[in-house]
Ligand binder design. Structure first.
Ligand code: FES
Ligand SMILES: [Fe+2]
Length: 375
């Protein structure tokens, strides 16, 4: 078997080929994906407001690497491999505030500035070795609309160019001014499913009438198996008449996002930002989700709920019915994805297929094949 095992050729008229069984379960293929996709492309890692003050730090996993992100004295983001240059100890375990302006290794206390320069080493005076030639290894970090991305590949195009060219057109969501929203709530889930199973599930709505009956009451077109609306040209999908929010509570009194007022209908928008980010725009919130692949059969899912500041700060406004509704939908998706993972593990399963109604999932397969085949 080649590592890129796409040679199973069961063509079925009217269907397109998705991933093979091996691509859902093989540790060798998973390792190849970490190198050829997650170590090369821009990965969504969190919100810039998680690093507000000088010295705040965020520890994230990108591919097989632990990455440390800090905010420097100029207020800029910096990212480094989370590895001490002395004898290789991992530097930081935890994200958070209050660490001050030095990054100190917990092994022999070598200490680095927020610019990654070695500034002190206990028991050694300044002249004992050339500190100036020792720095943490920097990686690229950038942000778009308050969303932070890390790229381990110096040859990759800029974040802006990557997002501009990406087939799912995330810049179309700029009108909702995500950058002005604030983090109100975060959930972390561990899914027993391959990251591609989760992405395919996100990219189609054939399952929605069966798996998400509550959501389909609010967004009727989802109940018909579509995640797009042919009579709209802005990629939005309309809520049912009388519905104002994707929430357990309608007319919940939360402020609408920028540009929502201008639409004819209360609407939802979504985008999958290859390889690891989902963006769900609702009338009153944006949910941004990071998929962090751990093993072929395990993915960590971090969903961050963003609202206008006035919705968070006003005690008369209750964001939780909307958060809890979205969390219900997330768990329905996790349950069905874990079911798929159990199924594709069977030796009897050869490969998955997509119909025309799963065209966005097929677009994901195409991007994946480009990355894997070009490697
Ligand atoms: S390994 Fe970090 S100070 Fe020694
Ligand atoms: Fe779903």
């Amino acid at each position: 078997m080649s590592i890129n095992s796409v040679s199973i050729s069961n063509n079925i008229q009217g269907l397109r080929q998705s991933f093979t069984r091996d691509e859902y379960v093989s540790p060798a293929i998973f390792a190849h994906e970490m190198e050829e996709i997650f170590a090369k492309r821009w990965n969504f890692v969190g919100r810039a407001e998680q690093l507000t003050h000088i010295g705040d730090r965020l520890v994230v996993e990108v591919g097989n690497e632990s990455i440390l992100i800090v905010r420097n004295r100029e207020g800029e983001l910096r990212a480094y491999y989370n590895v001490c240059q002395h004898r290789g100890s991992q530097l930081c375990d935890k994200s958070g505030s209050g660490f001050g302006a030095a990054i100190t290794c917990p092994y022999h206390s070598w200490s680095y500035s927020l610019e990654g320069k070695l500034v002190s080493a206990i028991h050694h005076d300044k002249e004992s070795f050339d500190r100036d030639s020792i720095s943490l290894t920097q990686v690229r970090v950038d942000e778009w609309q308050g969303n932070m991305f890390v790229c381990l590949n110096d040859d990759e195009e800029s974040l802006h160019d990557w997002l501009e060219d990406l087939y799912s057109k995330p810049f179309d969501l700029d009108k909702f001014e995500m950058g002005k929203l604030k983090v109100a709530y975060t959930t972390v889930d561990e899914a027993k499913a391959n990251w591609k199973v989760l992405v395919e599930n996100y990219c189609e709505c054939l399952h929605c009438s069966v798996v998400h009956p509550e959501f389909c009451e609010i967004v009727p077109v989802y109940g018909k198996g579509f995640n797009f609306q042919n009579d709209r040209f802005d990629s939005g999908v309309s809520l049912a008449p009388g519905m104002t929010a994707v929430s357990f509570k309608q007319n919940e009194g939360l402020p609408l996002l920028a540009s929502m007022e201008d639409l004819d209908d209360y609407s939802v928008f979504g985008a999958y930002v290859y390889p690891n980010m989902l963006i769900d725009v609702n009338p009153t919130l944006v949910a941004v989700t990071a998929y962090i692949p751990r093993t072929p059969t395990h993915t960590t899912i971090i969903t961050t709920y963003l609202f206008p500041a006035e919705a968070i700060n006003n005690p008369a406004m209750d964001i939780m019915p909307a958060v809890e509704f979205n969390d219900l939908v997330n768990h329905q998706d996790i349950d069905v994805s874990e079911r798929v993972q159990r199924g594709v593990a069977s030796k009897s399963f050869k490969r998955a297929y997509h119909s025309e109604m799963e065209k966005y999932a097929q677009r994901f397969v195409k991007q994946y094949r480009q990355d894997i085949t070009n490697s």
